[in-house]
Design a protein around this ligand. Sequence first.
Ligand code: FE2
Length: 249
Amino acid sequence: MIYITGDCHREVLQRFSYNKHSFLRNLTANDTIFVLGDIGLYWPGYEKETKYQLTNINKPWKTIFIAGNHDNYDFIETLPIVQPNFLISGTIRQDEQFYWIDKSCILQIDNKIILCIAGAKSHDSKYIFEKEEKSSIKTAKRRNLPYRINHVNWWNQEKIDIEDVRATLENYGSNKINYIMSHDAPAHFNNIAKKIDTYNDYKDNEGELFLEELNQTLDFDYWYHGHYHFEDYTYENHICVYHSILPIE
Ligand SMILES: [Fe+2]
């Protein structure tokens, strides 16, 4: 069976806890869990913690991480590209028992065709500094500005790679997809988000407009995404997931 869960922000081990989700005890090697972005492992300074988590997860099911906008792309890009028998198109990487998607790919699992799309544009990165810009970082910190540091807690590769997704789809050669799994959502979801969360300002960006184009043109059954931190929010055939681990049909 296939399961999905949303952003983990470094707490993958906790997300997969049998105490929190007792049904996980029954999962086997025939099951797959997709984590829809912002996994947060391998951040600089947290390497030991990451190793501890990954060693202790040690579960029988297949875990597929789809990178979000708070993931260390510099590290993910060092992982070997692999050709598992469930890969139809695009690229997927492997880190021991875990698979990682940092761009896009199409998979066939449980006889379902699944388009996976990594990335999103960060909302919390209005100011980006290089590590060396120490005085600017100090000022931004003092003024409580939304800043990030390149290659430390922000990575330019976070944006959806539109050309890569187009190439993955072209190589697949059909527009029939069962499931789309992505970190970010199609642009129209910003209108929904604005009503749910009036505190934040939701503006469409290039990646979301591209996802909207896919929403209009691909023939898919369901679209699952994370990023917005709304718990199991369902609209039409789209589901925004966060802390839950949901089985999908
Ligand atoms: Fe995100």
